[in-house]
Design a protein around this ligand. Structure first.
Ligand SMILES: *Cc1c(COP(=O)(O)O)cnc(C)c1O
Length: 815
């Protein structure tokens, strides 16, 4: 592989700087967190709107990475590694991938469309894998960055590729076309709405179809507009529900129980097949797959047999709570080398437990010999520092010796019979297996049985929101993120870990114990404690937390301990009260403060801060400015008299938005990170972080005149269908949200909460919603939003978020 990699890099216009021209490269990376093969890695330092990977280079060199594609050589790095200096690193990555792709010559299926790409790709992989060594894009890697990374994973043994391409604006597809160069094109559902970034639907379709520029055939659902665009460009192979002119005419799709029978006419004959789905999107996606099988000339029986086994595709990696204090990453539906890499990356990012276990089935379709494959897998396992490997399957058992600390079992049943001896506890476990191994049984053994109510936290949304606010800060203004109250109810450690990855400058917590638990869990960022009690000072010092000092009494108490412990320059933060009247030194205590600190060497004023009472309400703009003016005056005085240059900060989330001229040296981001703004326009640009979900426990029908719940506070005025949901005020749902004030979302429809909310349950009206027991219920998230709930309940989103009880499990995921 490395020869092809070299060839591909040599063909990009770059200026080389380095001493070692004898490059040995066998992996490409763009993410500094997940280097699977240090010295052999070529690292592309991508530059995003908010993240410039050049700043990781120094650290990467320190751990042995030797080859970089950069726009400039970072300070102090010259001569310490090999650099390919290019104009634009993303363009270079794309050129590299295009060069690499052109060294292979086998059929490649390219998919695009508004919906269904990933599912069709996964299903095609499943349907065709008995006969081909398939390389496919992992998960939904379909972007300007994801596509090149997917294509780079092709190797000599593959003989079929399936890649998806997604675009959000003009002229992006042209680049992806050059990288994928599909020989067979599939246009999945084109959607109806015209997406942002395109003038209209036709414009969007035109752009998408660019992917098929040189394809030998394009498969799509017959449609006049698409016909007219594609006409004369390529050979087409079409299907339709209503036009007999299509190559495949689907004249009937009948739903029965959980299946759909699809009847179609092809080349004059009629056929039928059954798929285990009944929704329209799945039927369309299955037909897209059928078209490929027909194009590949599969016979009727094979098509029927394989399509019958289609399965739901889980699109994201989820962390679940496991038994005995374990965390579980459930990726139990696929096992191929590429997705193993991604899953191991994800495992790497979970730092909660030191110990890591991987349960892995035989791996299929790597395109490599088993010898090479398991050697590579073992290398991955070593570089990801996995403590134990549990292999399940005949093949992996045969290669057990390639791994250190590996136990193997011939099949899942054998593993399950030995389950009790394996002592799973206090570790993170990745469960990764091909479908045939039915690892879902392992997941259900390891998963902690909890209530069905969970708060799902979208880590991508947190990153997005962080970047959004960072982009509002001037260069060099630092950011402190407030993770007090368990990350505003969203989860302390996991969010802190993500923030550490994003290199925020500071974390802020309310009390010492919150900071201690973050430090003990391995967070290295400096942490400021807003409200340190005198009794917690020794613990603060022991755990290297940084106290906010807000009174002379507190300062004296801290100095006394600091002197006893012989501290030198211990960081403290001085809080000024400029009008909030909560905590802080006031104007009349500043002189005493200065006198106490003057010449003192035990502590060092790391920062001076104040907090605004009205940064969110422009009606009080004058008051806000008076606070800022007083802050300027008092902090300047402190700085001048003590001759110090600490960081100064006064803005919280809405301060960042409303007072951009008062950023000083740092801003303190809180609620905005969690996706809430009090400005409607800004709200649109944030992503929803938390979704509180539950399920329907029971459904019943009641007659007019019957009542629901305590005190008969709801009386039905007509026959009514009632669903009961296992979440109540003990979980943090305000009782005032009941009695038809609030609603939940079931199957995208609003269901009004009827009667009083109970301690552990609530009831909703589902008369007009087609739903069943066990169906998912959204308590808040996209709808209703916490902002909406807060308005209705006369409170603020902060209270809604932080009220969610700790008995509700938090589940974190990345898209
Ligand atoms: C909570 C808090 C913040 C963050 O406020 P948001 O409105 O959530 O951004 C900033 N500074 C102090 C002192 C805080 O207590």
């Amino acid at each position: 592989m490395s020869q092809k990699i070299l060839k591909s890099i040599q063909n990009i216009p770059a200026e080389f700087s380095g001493n070692n021209t004898n490059l040995a490269i066998d992996t490409i990376a763009i993410d500094s967190r997940s280097l699977q093969n240090g010295p052999q890695t070529l690292f592309f330092a991508l530059v995003g709107a908010n993240n410039d990977a050049h700043r990781y280079i120094k650290d990467l060199i320190a751990i042995g990475v030797q080859n970089f594609v950069v726009t400039h050589i970072p300070e102090e790095c010259e001569g310490k590694a090999n650099f390919f200096v290019v104009e634009n690193t993303l363009t270079a990555l794309q050129q590299f991938a295009a060069n690499y792709r052109s060294l292979f010559d086998f059929p490649i299926i390219g998919l695009t469309g508004s919906n269904g790409k990933t599912i069709v790709k996964e299903w095609l992989n499943f349907l065709l894998s008995p006969d081909y060594n398939i390389i496919r894009s992992p998960k939904s890697y379909n972007s300007q960055v994801g596509v090149p990374l997917s294509v780079i994973a092709i190797n000599e043994q593959h003989n079929l590729g399936i890649f998806e391409a997604g675009i959000s604006t003009h002229s992006e597809m042209e680049k992806l076309q050059k990288i994928i160069k599909p020989t067979i094109g599939i246009l999945t559902n084109i959607g109806s709405a015209h997406d942002e970034g395109f003038i209209n639907l036709e414009n969007k379709v035109r752009e998408k179809i660019t992917l098929f520029e040189n394809s030998e055939v394009v498969i799509y659902q017959k449609n006049e507009m698409v016909d007219s665009i594609i006409f004369s460009k390529a050979k087409t192979f079409t299907w339709s529900f209503d036009s007999q002119e299509a190559d495949v005419f689907v004249y009937n799709a009948t739903i029965k129980n959980d299946t759909t029978t699809i009847q179609y006419r092809y080349k004059g004959d009629s056929f039928e097949l059954v798929i285990p789905f009944q929704d329209k999107a799945s039927v369309e996606n299955a037909i897209s797959c059928l078209m490929v099988l027909l194009y590949f000339k599969y016979d009727e029986k094979t098509i029927q047999n394989r399509m019958e086994l289609l399965y739901p595709v889980e699109m994201r990696l989820k962390v679940k709570n496991g038994i005995n204090n374990c965390s579980i990453i459930d990726d139990s539906y696929s096992s191929d080398f590429q997705s193993l890499k991604i899953a191991l990356d994800f495992l790497e990012s979970q730092k909660q437990y030191k110990k890591k276990t991987v349960i892995l089935s035989d791996i299929f379709q790597s395109g490599l010999s088993n010898d090479e494959l398991y050697a590579k897998v073992s290398q991955l396992i070593v570089s990801n520092k996995i403590d134990r490997v549990i292999g399940i399957g005949e093949t992996i058992s045969a290669f057990e010796k390639k791994f250190a600390n590996c136990i193997t079992y011939k099949n899942t049943a054998e593993f399950i019979s030995k389950f009790d001896d394996l002592n799973f506890a206090n570790e993170t476990i990745l469960i990764k297996g091909a479908r045939t191994f039915q690892f879902e049984e392992i997941v259900s053994l390891l998963e902690e049985k909890t209530h069905e109510t969970v708060l799902e936290i979208n880590l991508n949304a947190i990153s997005h929101n962080l970047n959004f606010f960072k982009s509002k800060l001037k260069p060099n203004v630092k950011i402190m993120v407030m993770v007090k109250a368990f990350g505003y109810g969203n989860g302390g450690f996991e969010i802190a870990k993500l923030l550490e990855h994003h290199k925020v400058d500071y974390l802020g917590v309310a009390f010492a114990d919150e900071g201690i638990s973050l430090k003990s869990a391995g967070i290295h960022l400096p942490i400021m404690v807003l409200n340190p009690e005198t009794t917690s000072f020794p613990a603060i010092i022991q755990h290297q937390l940084e106290p906010e000092i807000y009174s002379l009494k507190g300062l004296h108490a801290f100095l006394k301990i600091a002197e006893q412990k012989n501290l030198n320059q211990f960081p403290i933060h001085i809080k000024l009260d400029t009008g909030m009247h909560r905590l802080g030194f006031e104007d009349n205590t500043i002189d005493d403060l200065i006198a106490t600190l003057k010449g003192n060497q035990t502590v060092k004023v790391k920062s001076i801060l104040s907090h605004m009472a009205t940064s969110d309400d422009l009606e009080y703009k004058d008051f806000a400015h008076s606070q800022i003016d007083l802050f300027e005056k008092l902090s300047s005085k402190l700085m001048a008299e003590l001759q110090i240059k600490p960081l100064r900060h006064i803005l919280n989330t809405s301060g960042i938005s409303n007072f951009p001229n008062s950023q000083y040296d740092m801003a303190r981001l809180g609620i905005g990170l969690y996706g809430v703004s009090n400005d409607a326009e800004e709200q649109k640009q944030l992503e929803n972080v938390g979704t509180l979900k539950s399920v329907i426990s029971q459904i019943r029908s009641i007659a007019a005149g019957e009542s629901v719940g305590y005190g008969r506070r709801f009386i039905a005025d007509k026959p009514t269908k009632i669903a009961t949901i296992p979440i109540g005020y003990a979980d943090g749902i305000s009782r005032s949200w009941g009695n038809s004030t609030g609603f939940v979302t079931i199957k995208k429809s609003k269901a009004s909460i009827v009667g009083s909310i109970c301690m552990d349950m609530l009831m909703v009206d589902v008369t007009d919603i087609e739903c069943a027991e066990g169906d998912q219920v959204i308590i808040f998230g996209e709808s209703p939003t916490v902002t909406y709930m807060a308005q209705k309940l006369n409170t603020i989103p902060y209270e809604i978020l932080t009220s969610i009880s700790q008995r509700v499990k938090r589940v974190f995921y990345r898209e």
